[in-house]
Write a protein that binds this ligand. Structure first.
Ligand code: CA
Length: 228
């Protein structure tokens, strides 16, 4: 599904550039030229991301952001502004913005930030999920505790993070590279074999029959998938 992006911006030239580029990227794009139309648009439609200019005629972008957050919206907001002061950045993030880019910016950087915000896992309530359950296994995320048939299963930090990532992406096929990037991070430079080893350990600890896993499945030629 293509993500829906709302551009809130008053400079005609920039609107055209942004709209064309984002559409070319495959996004569904709407435009609001001031705070009032932005609030109207968000009340009527749901968006996956809002690109919000802070300097708008009438009410500022900050006011828009505050109103959206007060109204319970947790749509990711990427703020744009010509101003460079960190004061504005702090105010923007305090008002509920998720990220901040100063003009002029490179389109590639903007696209990268948009992608990053869209990838961020979210759920409708806006609160992180704290409990998961599958088969006889129960997970308490806050306590980083895993129980199997009521008994504590000791997991290493990485095993827990990997399991948590699987649970947050149930039914999605995840490549070894994606798991390495999001669970291990680039800095450690482990090999994709690391993922296989940790998956094997998790299966050993959590699956009824580790050789015929029911939950942590191998997707041949691609990676893994958590089913259930
Ligand atoms: Ca402006």
């Amino acid at each position: 599904m293509a993500a829906r992006i709302l551009i809130v911006e008053d400079e005609a030239g920039l609107i055209t550039t942004l709209r064309d580029r984002l559409r070319k990227q495959g996004y569904i794009v709407s435009v609001a030229r001031d705070a009032e139309s932005a609030l109207e648009a968000t009340a009527k439609h749901s968006f996956d991301l809002i690109l919000l200019d802070l300097m708008l005629p009438g009410q500022s972008g900050l006011a828009v952001c505050e109103k959206l957050r007060k109204g319970g919206s947790n749509t990711p907001i990427l703020m744009l502004t010509a101003r460079r002061q960190t004061r504005d950045k702090v105010a923007g993030l305090k008002a509920g913005g998720d990220d901040y880019l100063t003009k002029p910016f490179h389109m590639t950087e903007l696209l990268a930030r948009i992608e990053a915000l869209l990838r961020r896992p979210s759920n409708l309530s806006g609160a992180p999920v704290e409990h998961y359950q599958f088969g006889k296994v129960e997970i308490n995320v806050r306590r980083t505790e895993v129980l199997r048939s009521g008994k504590v299963v000791p997991l290493s930090a990485k095993e827990f993070q990997l399991l948590h990532y699987f649970l947050e992406h149930r039914d999605a096929t995840l490549s070894r590279e994606e798991l390495l990037r999001d669970v291990w991070g680039y800095q450690e430079l482990p090999s994709t074999r690391t993922v296989d080893v940790h998956v094997a350990w998790l299966r050993q600890k959590l699956e009824q029959d580790p050789k015929n896993p029911q939950y942590i499945l191998t997707v041949v030629g691609f990676g893994y998938k958590f089913a259930g």
